[in-house]
Every structure is written in C-alpha cells, then in structure tokens.
Design a protein around this ligand. Structure first.
Ligand SMILES: Cc1ncc(COP(=O)(O)O)c(C=O)c1O
Length: 402
C-alpha cells in the first residue's frame, strides 16, 4: 500500500513562481550573473530601533511563549498606528497579531469561510489568494477587468452572489502597483457593509506610495465597520520580512476571537523577539519609511524610462508598492514561456503575469538596487529586439540570443 497524502495537499498546485525562483537561485549559485527582478522583498536594512529591541530582549535571556494573539505592547503600537493612519480608535480586543499579514489573512479565512462560500478578489491578484481561499474550503471568485489592469466597483459588485462571504482588496496592488481610487473604496466599503459581506483590505503596501499619492482610507466610509478587516504588517513597511509579524484589526470581536482560536491551535503564538522588534519599529522614528519611498520612487522612474525604450511594451505607472506589471503580450501572450526565455537568454528573473491571473504581463520588481533594475530591463530589451546584435557580454559570459 502506498502512503497517501491528503486531498487538501493534492488540491494545492505548485507555486507558479517557485520554478522560476528555483532556477534563478541555481543560476546564481552556479556563479552566473543573474539579475533578480522577481522578488517581493525590500533590500533596505532593518530600522535601528527594531535591531536594538531584539538585542535587548535577547540579553534578558527570557525568550518565551508570548500571549497568543500578541503582546499588549505590540497591540498598543498597532492601535496607535491605526489611529494615526486610519483615524479610527479601535480597542485592544479588536486586534490580533499574527506571523505575518499572510497568517492574518489565513486566520480570517479559516474563521469566516465555510465550504462553498465564495471569496471575491480582482485580478491581477497576489498569487497566494486563490490557494489560501481553497485551503479554507472556500471558492475563489476572480474578477478580471474588462479594460486595463484595474476592475471597477461595478465589476466587483456584479460578481456577488448569495454565496459571497468576503471581498479582498489589495491596494496598492501587488503586482500592478495601482492604488484603487477614493470612489472605488467608498463604493465597496458602503456596499459590503450594507450587504453584510466581509471586506478585507490587504493594506500591506498602504504607505509605500509615490508622488505624494495617498491610499484611500476605508475607515472613512465604514459606519460600524464590523465587516471591515484591515490587514497590515511590518514586512514591506520596514523591510522586516524575516520577523514574520502582521496583524488584523476589526471592530468585530467575535471575528477576532475566532481568528485567535485558529492561531492558538496552529502557531500557538508569535515569536517573542519579533513582537518586541515590531513594536519598536512602529513606535520608533518613521523617517526610514519616507526615505525608502524616495529610493523606490527613483527606482520606479528608472525602470519606467528603460521600459519605455522597449517597443510595444505598455505599463501603467505604479503609484505604490515596488512592482510594475507590464504588458509584453506583443512578444508572447504566454507569460510563463516568456519569463522562462528571459531567464535563460538574458539571465533576468521576472514573474509571469499568469501567476497573478493576467497572462501576457510580466511583474518586474524595482526593490533591487537601481543599477540592477536598469541593467535587467536593458537585457530584456536586448533579448526581445531582433535588430540588436545577436551576441552580448553579460559579466564574463558571451550570450547568444538565437
Ligand atoms: C498583497 C500581499 N499581502 C500579504 C503579503 C504577506 O506579507 P507578510 O510578509 O506580512 O506575510 C504579501 C507579501 O508579499 C503581499 O504581497
């Protein structure tokens, strides 16, 4: 008899980004001059306050289980952050701190979704949403824009059925860098509250915005807001991806309690060290966020200038995040094949749009250093431009296109 894995395990496919990432890692390890523009991880250093908090906590030699749903200090810091950025005073019992925004989302889905329930989100979407919804027993309902890369509120509303349990909106959006406009947010917040549908705002990038843009505040349009779940975390904001700290805030203590039960029976609690560091980052000096946005904005501008030099490629200017989502369908409508070609020929890793639910596009990150961003897009141009010389030198390597 063979050992059988669960049906659940069989339901979840391999991550579409996994293969490209594994190949990229292997090329790098083999000493190839690979440029990785596929990442979702800021390279900037951890804020000093976070580092000092870890050192202090470690020096106390007390690294123990912490309260399951987060330490009081970190919850206070989250409440202050939420008041500052959303203008709403939540209570301690409205907050749960989790191992990243991802666990916060997952806890929400486990606590809210029954088998057969539908969870709506627009494409392009963060790669994890469909499988997370499936793991929770729900059915992902993907809304693709009729035009461009952003759905309208009307398109979202048209996807609602009696089975709709939740809508997830990620703004600014991974992978497009687009911010959903004020009218969209108002309409969806008011609609979801009226219809008793959970509205999850995945706000993990809400402060990573450019050109003075602001991410519209959902709390401005919520009345009681018992259906409004705001997800955030320190991964993108401070580049603290390794801490694994995120949170959910909602004026629905039954929901937060239920999410807490899911957490208590899975990870038990968050890392004590990480919680101390996250609280310090939130309450410490915030100029790092402004500085980082300035660097990312310059990177974005450099990326757009290089992309503009590639004929037939179009891109909506990212208003936030550190991703661009460019339409390369002129060259190949199959983004997976195109990404593979670019990896092999130009030694540049990017993520196929297919992984985000919109084929024909490539997600090109600009959180790497600027020189890599510029060089990476130049290599892509070379690989696609049949009129360019057939051979170029990449590092010490002579690369041939055909
Ligand atoms: C849209 C979105 N939500 C959530 C997450 C997860 O963030 P965390 O590292 O806090 O789990 C990511 C990470 O890439 C993301 O892009």
């Amino acid at each position: 008899m063979t050992l059988q894995l669960s049906k659940l395990a069989g339901m979840i496919g391999d991550s579409p980004t996994l293969k490209i990432n594994a190949q990229a890692r292997a090329l790098k390890a083999a000493g190839q001059p690979l440029i990785h523009l596929g990442g979702g991880e800021p390279t900037y250093p951890a804020p000093q306050a976070a580092v000092e908090a870890i050192e202090k906590k470690a020096a106390s030699r007390k690294i123990k289980y912490s309260p399951s749903s987060g330490t009081p200090e970190l919850k206070q810091a989250v409440l202050a952050y939420t008041l500052k950025h959303y203008g709403r005073q939540y209570e301690t019992a409205d907050v749960i701190v989790c191992a990243g925004a991802k666990q916060a989302l997952f806890n929400f889905l486990l606590a809210a979704v029954d088998p057969g329930d539908e969870v709506i989100f627009p494409a392009p979407y963060w790669v994890s949403y469909p499988d997370m919804v499936r793991l929770a027993g729900g059915t992902p309902v993907i809304v693709r824009p009729q035009q461009g890369i952003m759905v309208s509120a009307q398109e979202i509303k048209a996807a609602v059925s009696p089975k709709t349990k939740a809508i997830i909106i990620n703004s600014p959006c991974n992978p497009s860098g687009q911010i959903f406009p004020e009218d969209f947010v108002r309409e969806i917040v008011e609609f979801a509250e009226r219809e008793n549908i959970f509205l999850v705002m995945d706000d993990i990038y809400h402060q990573l915005v450019f050109d003075g843009a602001r991410t519209p505040n959902p709390c401005a349009y919520a009345k009681k807001g018992e259906n409004l779940v705001i997800i955030n975390g320190v991964s993108k904001l401070y580049g603290l991806t390794g801490l694994r700290i995120g949170w959910a805030v909602c004026a629905n203590q039954d929901l937060i309690k239920a999410m807490g039960k899911m957490q208590a029976q899975s990870t038990s609690c968050n890392s004590d060290l990480s919680e101390a560091a996250a609280a310090a980052a939130l309450t410490g000096p915030q100029d790092c966020v402004r500085d980082m946005c300035a660097v990312l904005q310059e990177n974005r501008n450099a990326l757009l200038a290089e992309l503009a030099a590639i004929p037939h490629v179009t891109v909506e200017k990212p208003q936030g995040t550190f991703y661009s989502f460019a339409d390369f369908s002129y060259y190949n409508a199959d983004s997976q094949t195109l990404a593979q070609y670019l990896l092999e020929k130009a030694l540049v890793a990017v993520v196929p749009g297919k992984a985000f639910g919109l084929d024909g596009h490539l997600r090109i990150s600009f959180c790497a250093d600027r020189a890599s961003v510029v060089e990476g897009v130049r290599r892509i141009r070379w690989a696609l431009d049949k009129t360019a010389p057939n051979e170029i030198k990449i590092g010490d390597k002579l690369v041939t296109r055909n």
